[in-house]
Design a protein around this ligand. Sequence first.
Ligand code: URA
Length: 429
Amino acid sequence: MRVYDLLEKKKRGEELNGEELTFLIDGYVRGTVPDYQMAAFLMAVCLRGMTDGEIREMTRIMRFSGRQIDLSAVKGPTVDKHSTGGVGDKTTLVLAPAVAALGAKVMKMSGRGLGHTGGTIDKLEAIAGFRTTMSVEEAADQVNRIGVCVVGQSEELAPADKKIYALRDLTATVDSVPLIAASIMSKKLAIGSKAIVLDVTYGSGAFMKTPEEALDLARQMIRIGRDAGRKMAAVVSSMEVPLGHYVGNLCEVKEAVDTLRGEGPEDLRRVCVELGGAMWSLCSGKDMERCREDICRVLQNGQAMEKFKEMVKAQGGELEKSLEQKARFEKEIRAWRSGYVNHMDTEKIGSGVMMLGAGRRRKEDRIDPLAGLYIARKTGEYVEKGEVLFRMEASDQDLFPAAEEILRRAISIKEEQPQTPPLIYEILH
Ligand code: URA
């Protein structure tokens, strides 16, 4: 077999079989297939797409390139959740304990933020002492004891995806539905949870720009998961505006804590109820409506918050002490005219927050857990000239001018009130 012939085949839009995809992907991981050939393959996939069979095979090959995490020793219904990414997305911090408070077993491996998107692990590390690195055995033991553990993703998980993703990042081949589906599902299937709920986002802060693309991605991933014997559900939600009012790390933990106490912003609470309802429904077999009520109940009666505290304590974090901290400097950005917030460029807002020190430009950058942004007005809301739109928070005030410049460009104010898209576009259950 020659890689050249496989590239020729894919370029013509023909289907590659499992053996051919194995030759290509395993060869790339071992180093016998060079970057330039893999890059050509990825670009051909972007332009030609993949059949369901190819996506299934690519997922399987990447999944078995690394360790399989066996959760069979965990007693109770195991459930996992994944979001395709966003800005201000702190749903895991709310959902994982809420669903565990109802009796589900949640082993969640999360990532760090890069570029305009944040990462759950960075948010949790904003809690002093919180440990995000543990062995799989230790994490599974914690899940057995208290029902929930959120840790950094094991290095041994789907190494083929890791290598291919790094190349996609450099070759403009990230935003392909089959490649994203195979990438996400290879990692999710390697973790042995019986049920998986996907939060597939669309809009100016997401990979998928339209709800139709997000729905297509959700359907592909559900198909892959069900073929592998998992219970699957997906929520297609809008990331046209950031979720909640805070974007950063510690400030997002604080907003998640408000939500766990039955308060918090309405949009965040709604997404958590839908995703949490879907997770609990797959675990309990009850219908969505009753499961939504169950989630609302544990958010209201303090059980979800108690579970969150239990998790933080089990992972060495000091929650109360951390919640009292705040950034040294603040600067407000005020409306330059009266009118409705007409549009927010959520990706730009994420980039502005990164410039305040809350995110990373490159993987090796250090982040400032106290840096962040408060968003006072969101799309569709009216603002008077001179009222606060944003409040920037940082440990270094020299970072404000560059962040302010990008944040001002991220928002437009107009006379007419805009249409706001629905927060929840579709639930696939
Ligand atoms: N997240 C992933 O893990 N992979 C992708 O391809 C895109 C988002």
